[in-house]
Design a protein around this ligand. Sequence first.
Ligand code: HEM
Length: 149
Amino acid sequence: MSTVDIAAPREKYQRKKVSRGNFELYSWVFMRASGALLVVLIFGHLFVNLMVGDGVHAIDFAFVGGKWASPVWQIWDLLMLWLAMIHGNNGVRTILNDYVSRDLLRLWLKVILYTMTITIIVLGTLVIFTFDPCPVGADPDLLASFCQA
Ligand code: HEM
């Protein structure tokens, strides 16, 4: 017959897992704060791209070139990229911790997750800051108006 260990009623409560400090608390607070910021960033992005002026019909290479000529939109898009990626990465990390019980599988899924997140953040950041709105030899009709100057 097996026996079950029951702690003495006045014994101090002991956590089974090794404590990771307050990391999970901060990560939860980050989800809330980044979610609130993302609402502003995403709806601002959708409004400017889809509602202002000719709306969705205005979106082409010149539109993007014109937008990224302004540091305001560079920073706006950079924040949207970083926050959405880190928020999404942290959310999926939580889901993997909750649902994948096999240690090695969970480790590899996280390696894939972090690799994809870092790759997209690095590539997206490079695109925002190295984008050339006036490539040499391109059809002038496709470029932003300031390229002719
Ligand atoms: C307007 C934009 C967004 C808002 C307001 C928002 C809000 C939130 C909040 C508050 C949570 C935490 C829930 C909790 O644990 O209490 C959450 C979780 C999550 N979010 Fe977002 N989010 C937004 C955009 C995104 C985007 C762009 C992605 C993906 C790239 C994403 C992926 C996730 C995932 C995977 C979770 C974890 C869900 C879970 O724990 O079950 N979210 N979101």
